[in-house]
Design a protein around this ligand. Structure first.
Ligand code: ZN
Length: 152
């Protein structure tokens, strides 16, 4: 089973074998992409609604990996659907890949290479330049704002 995000419908990605998606993805699609969703649903694609317990688990994992602020509600629901269906998540979104890997879910990418290892975010202070491993509202040393740093 593969759980498809919006980019799968936009790229016309139609893998062999059973597929699933969520109602929120269809709401994000327009025109021909939405029609493709309908066609795949008509062809047997499962439209799954994840439950609250799974969503909470995804939120926790996203907070742990530092992706909570970039993960949309739709992203969160997609990861939860893959988690509940024990499916492979098909997405090009790095934050979703990161959270899925934290939950030991299989991830498949469509348009570009996936990440090979989980990225741990860091936050850097605008004022003094210190780097922190966890998000804080303010730098505890100088009180300046922190910005998320993308480790290379
Ligand atoms: Zn500082």
């Amino acid at each position: 089973m593969r759980v498809l995000d919006a980019s799968a419908f936009i790229h016309g990605h139609d893998p062999d074998g059973p597929t699933a998606s969520i109602p929120a993805v269809k709401e994000e699609l327009e025109g021909g992409h939405a029609l493709r969703f309908d066609a795949m649903e008509g062809g047997g694609m499962t439209v799954h609604i994840p439950d609250e317990a799974s969503l909470r688990r995804i939120t926790r994992a996203a907070e742990e990996s530092g992706d909570a602020d970039v993960l949309s509600e739709t992203d969160r629901r997609l990861v939860a659907a893959a988690f509940e269906l024990d499916a492979t998540l098909v997405t090009d979104d790095y934050a979703m890949q990161n959270v899925a890997e934290r939950l030991d879910l299989d991830v498949e990418v469509i348009a570009r290479d996936g990440i090979t290892e989980e990225r741990e975010w860091q936050w850097q202070c605008f004022g003094c330049g210190r780097v922190f491993d966890e998000e804080k509202d303010r730098c505890p040393i100088c009180g300046s704002e922190l910005t998320r740093k993308n480790p290379s």
